[in-house]
Design a protein around this ligand. Structure first.
Ligand code: ADP
Length: 491
């Protein structure tokens, strides 16, 4: 067998990638699907559209030149997390549009439940927030009494996107999810590894809706032969950020990766210890492999690459995102500018939803290049804010930060990050780390790869950025620390 088929079910597109033994992508297919915004702050997907685009991507990859389905050893799945699907167990039809992780409609449910927030935190490692699946399920059942009745009668099934795809791939034979996805629902006890009766009661969710929870790397079933022409074992499941952590081979406590996309997602491996954050970072399950659970701390910055988009689309000082690098390189420093990137409030560790963005320190000498440079510094400073708190929470220090995501291709941004953190920043050859992580989980379960040692031979560094000590770095930090408090609104 030559390949592992990795399914990357993202927020805006369905992708399939075939990896060979060396971890190289041999075939790729991708289809976007529509996003629905029925009301302010509501975001929905049509789960059927997710399934049909995903199936098309899988079929395309299998039909690629030189590929035979006989050569596919197993399938791994990674997915946008928290997005909530409820469907009818008899005909597999969704009974409601999927409510996407970005959807904020359940914020008021979270406020009502606030007195129980410590119970949720202690059991799930999560802050009580609309982001997670639990309140989304509650909203669907509360808003549609007929669906609540059917849920109570055991007629309906809940799943995150992994469960939904596996249900369809197995023609309804398997209803399952893995520990990483379960750990994002607000319903799963990350210490006992069980759905939690008390949390289900608090959210008024019948347990009959729930999938069976499995590890991240084991055979959970086979694809129905009628769908792909051959039964392929499904042997790896993980939420996208956890898959990326594993795909980056952050397998030791203290290993940390940061993904630079629209926002930044930073995750640190904390080993067998579920570290409870003092700074509202999330405690989550990294993976469960060979019976052993690895925990992680997660912090996110909502605005990162989005800042570059803003310079492109609103201020229009660049035409494409990568152009920001040359513009920022047209000056030697930030010229005394600080860009406060609070375009939608400021998250951890400031937690000020009312804060608004600012460009501070403008003089007659200020050039476009200074603003571009300050924007890159702002992305790196927000990641630094989070990473410093994570290190404090975890009580470990690390040498190198592994990076991926669209904006990690910006060499200047990566060098600024290394300087500001005073750590090495390491970019891998393949930035498809999410899909690769799912392939790793699937491949380990079927002996496609024997162990983590073999995986280490696959992970290749593209470029390392070593910290350079210069006066601009400290000046940037000093200005940031002086100016951030001026941008905060909530006292
Ligand atoms: P997502 O998965 O969130 O859509 P991607 O990983 O595809 O994000 O990265 C896209 C984001 O990265 C966009 O916000 C874009 O502005 C930013 N970006 C892409 N290339 C660069 C670059 N060379 N320098 C800075 N930002 C970039």
């Amino acid at each position: 067998m030559k390949y592992i088929l990795s399914i990357d079910a993202g927020t805006t597109s369905s992708r399939a990638i075939l990896f060979d033994k060396k971890g190289q992508a041999k075939a790729t297919a991708q289809y976007e699907f529509p996003q629905y915004f029925p009301k302010e702050s509501w975001v929905e997907h049509n789960a059927k559209e997710i399934w049909t685009t995903q199936l098309k991507a899988i079929q395309d990859v299998i039909a690629s030149e030189g590929i035979s389905i006989e050569d596919i050893s197993a399938m791994g799945i990674t997915n946008q997390r928290e997005t909530t699907v409820i469907w009818d167990r008899t005909n597999g039809e969704p009974v409601h549009n999927a409510i996407v992780w970005q959807d904020r409609r359940t914020a008021s449910i979270c406020t009502e439940l606030q007195e129980h927030s410590s119970i949720f935190l202690n059991k799930t490692g999560l802050v009580l927030d609309a982001y997670f699946s639990g309140t989304k399920i509650k909203w669907i059942l509360d808003s549609h009494p007929s669906l609540r009745k059917r849920a109570e009668a055991g007629e309906l099934a809940f799943g995150t996107i992994d469960s939904w795809l596996i249900w369809n791939l197995t023609e309804g034979k398997v209803h399952t999810t893995d520990v990483t996805n379960a750990s994002r629902t607000l319903l799963f006890n990350i210490h006992s590894l069980e759905w939690d009766g008390e949390l289900l009661n608090l959210l008024d969710i019948p347990s009959s809706l729930l999938p069976k929870v499995v590890s991240s790397s084991e055979v959970v079933g086979k694809t129905a032969a009628s769908i792909l022409g051959k039964a392929i074992p499904i042997s790896g499941i993980a939420g996208d950020q956890q898959a990326a952590l594993f795909g980056q081979l952050c397998i030791n406590p203290g290993d940390v990766k940061n993904t630079y996309g629209t926002g930044c997602f930073c995750i640190m491996n904390t080993g067998e210890k579920a570290v409870v954050s003092q700074n509202k970072m999330l405690t989550t399950i990294g993976w469960q492999l060979n019976g052993k659970v690895t925990y992680a701390l997660e912090g996110s910055v909502f605005i990162a690459g989005a800042l570059v988009q803003w310079l492109r689309d609103q201020l229009q000082i660049i035409d494409t995102a990568p152009e920001i690098e040359a513009l920022a390189n047209s000056v030697n420093d930030n010229g005394g500018i600080t860009f406060i990137p609070a375009l939608s409030g400021l998250g951890a560790p400031y937690w000020d939803p009312e804060a608004t963005g600012a460009i501070m320190g403008i003089t007659r000498g200020t050039q476009k290049g200074h603003i571009a440079r300050a924007a890159l510094e702002a992305i790196a400073m927000r990641s630094r804010d989070i990473i410093i708190e994570m290190q404090k929470d975890a009580g470990v220090s690390f040498d190198s930060l592994k990076v991926d995501g669209g904006a990690s291709n910006n060499d200047l941004l990566m060098q600024i990050q290394a300087n500001l953190l005073n750590k090495n920043v390491i970019r891998p050859y393949t930035t498809e780390t999410t899909a690769l992580g799912a392939a790793f989980f699937a491949g380990l379960a079927v002996d496609f790869w024997k162990n983590e040692e073999q995986l280490k031979a696959i992970w290749k560094e593209n470029k390392a950025f070593h910290p350079i000590k210069d006066s601009t770095t400290q000046a940037c930090i000093d200005l940031w620390e002086e100016r951030i408090p001026k941008a905060l609104k909530s006292k």
